[in-house]
Design a binder for this molecule. Sequence first.
Ligand SMILES: [Zn+2]
Ligand SMILES: [Zn+2]
Length: 310
Amino acid sequence: MTVTTCQVCGCPAQLFLCPSCTGDLRDTLTALASGGQRPITIVTESGKILYREETMPGMLEYLAQAANGQARLGNTSARKTGGDESPLRYNPRAAALHQECFEALRMWARHIARINQHVLTWRTSIGYATYLANNTDLLAKDEDAGEAHKRFNTLARRIEHTINRPIPPKLIGPCPTFDENGNRCSIRQPNNRKTRVALYARRDATHVVCPQCKKRHDVRDVEQKAIIDREKLRFDASEILNLMASINEPLSERTWRDWRAKGRIKIRGYRRPDGSKGLTRHNDDDEPLYRLADVRRLRAKQPKRKARTE
Ligand SMILES: [Zn+2]
Ligand SMILES: [Zn+2]
């Protein structure tokens, strides 16, 4: 695969969109289809407390409701029948936008499905959006991927305007903070299990403050770290130094050499001279590989002045 540039942001990419812009497009398509899962607390009649996940409606569902003039979602009392006032007012602007979304989603879903010989089973706007959200990596391989990115982001913004209600904030990723013991920023769940703190932000936010550790994070930074963490990618020594600098956690060459020499950082595999990867060393030319999360964890454990100088 050749290295080219992302059609949206211009940074180096192996497909027509870089990983960050692909993630961005996936988020938009996901937001169209579904509002995601929210934790909710239910108190039963006998006083027992239950913790459940609830699926929230996505933007398309809000839009369809706006088109039909429904005042549902928290205001059922507005629906009356037979009165002089007619709360079920048809909204032609919302209906036209919904049709426009349906056509754009159908066009792209059919196109991607045809190329990859998939069969589309759910032929609704939400069905097409779900299919595209699940296959955004295939979409990023299309030479018009930049167009799709622009189109769906514009549609999402227009929906927000039309339905005139705040869209639930989007999940950007887990809080990337490590404490001085090298533990991830986390909260204890009611069942006593510890889970990492999920950070949510408004779609246009540039920064987010973690409710747990109170640190202020750059949204793109959190998203980038979430991608690198999620994919459990392995990098060689010089790639690690560059990546650490790029996520604003620079490491001095001396410290990094020292950690490797003393075996303080775990080797997670080897890259062979032919570019393939394996878990064990076959010969002296094999390059050791490391995980970014391991390096970040170790760096967080260092006394501040040692890790930050040079
Ligand atoms: Zn990009
Ligand atoms: Zn935090």
